[in-house]
Design a protein around this ligand. Structure first.
Ligand SMILES: [Zn+2]
Ligand SMILES: [Zn+2]
Length: 294
């Protein structure tokens, strides 16, 4: 006789979850009243497997249950192009073959960029664009932690005195959106790397219009003189190394405006970290005109 064994035990029925949540809530309230953080941590540790079982981690792209601890399901993971060396030391343009450490591409040699390197976690495509948009417009702020974890592998070995600074939003946009997606990524990246974090080092003085349909030249014009350093913090920049964080690298006009401002104020080294950047099929960097900005 052939017995069909279940491949996976089904998640707990919803009615059981209410009891679990009430029990955990009661324990946490009691522990909080006693200010016993060690006991709170213990309760959360014990309860975690229950919630992991009942509410399994799901792929942030397609929603499938992800069980291998990579966040993305296997199908999405295979679709994503994670960016790694060998690449141009400056713009991180992927090389087709291994080159000596510190090698730069022809474009960076011919016209050295203002920045001191670009570090993007993934190549820009419809899947990685969805992740960025869900964070930015969908309010899925937990995705900032996921992005920061993927960026953390590109942090420099020598992190002495490095400060993480996000590309700022204009205060009106921050007020309407209630969070700055770049700041959320920057904060988590700083925590993971044990780095300084200065969310208000840069200020955006003008509310720029949507840059989606503008050319690279028009974008540069739109963000010119939009950024300035915070007068209360600018003195901290002298000689400092800065990691500037943005969500998606578009034409580079916005980040270039920020880097120009940071260097003018005395920063000695500015590297740009972002979730996704566009690459053509031949591997060359290319501007993105539809990802949105600000
Ligand atoms: Zn998936
Ligand atoms: Zn380059």
């Amino acid at each position: 006789m052939i017995c069909a064994l279940p491949q996976r035990v089904p998640p707990l029925p919803v009615e059981y979850l209410g009891g679990c949540f009430r029990g955990l809530h009661f324990c946490l309230v009691e522990m909080s009243a006693l200010s016993d953080k060690r006991a709170m941590r213990l309760v959360l540790k014990i309860a975690k497997p229950v919630f992991d079982y009942a509410l399994p981690e799901r792929c942030p792209s397609c929603g499938a249950i992800s069980t291998d601890g990579t966040n993305f399901c296997a199908g999405c993971w295979l679709q994503i192009r994670f960016l790694n060396p060998p690449w141009c030391e400056s713009c991180a343009l992927p090389f087709d073959y291994e080159r000596s450490a510190g090698a730069r591409c022809a474009a960076c040699l011919a016209d050295p960029p203002r920045h001191d390197g670009i570090r993007a976690a993934v190549a820009y495509d419809s899947l990685t664009r969805t992740i960025a948009l869900r964070l930015k417009y969908g309010g899925r702020i937990g995705l900032a932690k996921l992005i920061a974890r993927h960026l953390a592998r590109h942090l420099p070995a020598d992190r002495t005195g490095v400060i993480v600074v996000p590309v700022p939003l204009h205060w009106t946009r921050l007020w309407s959106r209630s969070f700055n997606q770049s700041a959320l990524i920057a904060q988590e990246l700083a925590r993971l790397g044990g780095l300084g974090y200065a969310p208000d080092m840069l200020l955006r003085t003008k509310r720029t219009p949507s840059l989606r349909r503008l050319s690279a030249k028009e974008r540069r014009k739109a963000v010119a003189k939009v950024f300035r350093t915070n007068p209360a913090k600018a003195h901290l920049l002298s000689g400092k190394r800065i990691i500037l964080v943005d969500d998606v690298l578009t034409t580079g006009a916005t980040s270039d405006g920020c880097i120009k401002t940071l260097k003018k104020a005395g920063a000695s080294w500015v590297q740009l970290f972002c979730w996704a950047r566009a690459l053509r099929d031949d591997g060359h960097a290319t501007p993105i005109f539809d990802a949105g900005d600000a």
